[in-house]
Write a protein that binds this ligand. Structure first.
Ligand SMILES: [Zn+2]
Length: 417
């Protein structure tokens, strides 16, 4: 077997070709799932996979799948996504797919005895133009027919209509689900989308966990009154109560919160919303993120009790509504060790870190040993036209992925599938 090395030029060429689908004249990329640009990129990817010697297809959820090895064998899946946010960049998702393709191509070219199944997958709608992580959830059985049936795009277009536009059918969506036995393990290379690796001068981040997200709405109701004639101690001021609760919970988080936890109030409204009226109503939406389920529960409980207290203090009614949650997911310790071993051998400086953003990997983490590799994002910028990772970082990340793939194949499949 010849030595297996990433072909840098080919990898960067493919990445820049993929960036041309949905490229905007002023910079940035618009390539949401089920758009014409996404369909064209998928078609191009199928052709690139086929050219590389993979058996390529688009499944019933719009996932592009390229496979090496017999159909019945469990696969090491190397995936990410090729859809973008509106005005997104050329690296988020794309890097993981193109690097996985390059790895498969190198293995084929060097005559590596894979002897087993390897899949390169571009998951559909990771960014949630219609339904967040639609493709990886559909494939791993984490999507209900009801959820898919009611999903809509930002302009209100039903998912079913969007699928139809690109020749897919909602009626067949469930066919994208595969038996858990179809998967052996999962790897994803991704840009960090944050500033840590660059700031610390590190080559690689090994993801320890993907942090969970929990969203809740708090609606306070008191009484709207004249802002000049109502004494301060006779008010039932929902706006003030919301501010007090928010300030209190941020203070508590600063003092006692887990360092990797995140607390955000991204929406806050007062009713009626006039300078001369004591607000009789307030609505706040909080998002809690944490690497451990326990930290997430604690932070959510802290927000709940801050609002309970503020409501009681100002004689208000309080309604809490849970708007959705994704549990934190954990990468396999064996996979983390294996990637760390690869980094040491390749002489790359690395750290084990949580991922603050959600990834398709979380849908595989409960099913099979899963690992994620991060490379630095310039300035920590992502979901933006200026998203950039240095060519060296891209190539280094792909080299880590390639070596990890080889070791996963050797380690888990030594004695056959
Ligand atoms: Zn992504």
């Amino acid at each position: 077997m010849r030595s297996a090395k990433i072909n840098c030029e080919r990898l960067l060429d493919d990445l820049s070709k993929l960036a041309s689908f949905g490229a905007l004249p002023a910079g940035g990329i618009d390539r949401p799932a089920f758009s014409a640009a996404h369909a064209q990129a998928s078609e191009w990817l199928v052709a690139r996979m086929t050219h590389a010697g993979l058996r390529a297809r688009v499944d019933d959820a719009g996932n592009v799948i390229g496979r090496l090895g017999p159909d019945e064998w469990p696969a090491l899946v190397c995936g990410s996504h090729i859809d973008t946010v509106p005005g997104g960049g050329a690296f988020d998702g794309s890097l993981g797919v193109i690097a996985a393709l390059e790895c498969a191509r190198v293995l084929v070219e060097t005559g590596a005895d894979i002897g087993k199944a390897l899949e390169v997958v571009a998951f559909c709608d990771e960014e949630g133009a219609y339904l967040s992580m639609l493709g990886s959830r559909a494939m791993t059985g984490g999507l209900s027919a009801e959820e898919a049936g009611t999903a809509k795009g930002r302009d209100g277009e039903p998912l079913a209509g969007a699928m139809q536009r690109v020749g897919l059918s909602m009626a067949n969506l469930a066919r994208a689900e595969r038996r858990p036995r179809a998967f052996d393990s999962y790897l994803e290379l991704h840009i960090e989308q944050g500033p840590v690796l660059e700031a610390k001068g590190l080559d690689v981040g090994i993801v320890g966990s993907i942090i969970g997200v929990d969203i809740a709405e708090y609606v306070l109701k008191g009484q709207s009154r004249h802002a000049g004639t109502t004494p301060m101690d006779e008010r039932r001021d929902a706006g003030r109560a919301a501010c007090e609760a928010i300030t209190a919970v941020f203070a508590a988080q600063e003092q006692r919160g887990a360092p990797e936890s995140r607390l955000t109030f991204g929406a806050l409204e007062f009713v009626p919303g006039a300078s001369n009226v004591v607000p009789g109503g307030a609505r706040a939406v909080s998002e809690v993120r944490a690497a451990r389920a326990q930290d997430m529960r604690q932070l959510r409980a802290a927000v709940d009790s801050a609002f309970d207290l503020a409501a009681a203090r100002h004689a208000l009614t309080l309604e809490k509504r849970h708007l959705g949650a994704d549990k934190p997911s954990h990468m396999a310790p064996d996979m983390i060790d294996l990637i760390a071993g690869v980094c040491s051998e390749l002489d790359f400086k690395f750290t084990v870190m949580p991922s603050g953003a959600s990834h398709d990997a979380s849908n595989f983490a409960e099913l099979v040993p899963t690992g994620m590799i991060f490379v630095a994002s310039r300035g920590g910028v992502s979901h933006h036209p200026e998203e950039f990772s240095e060519p060296r970082a891209v190539v280094n990340g792909a080299a880590v992925l390639l070596e990890t793939i080889k070791r996963v194949i050797a380690a888990r499949w030594k004695d056959g599938p």
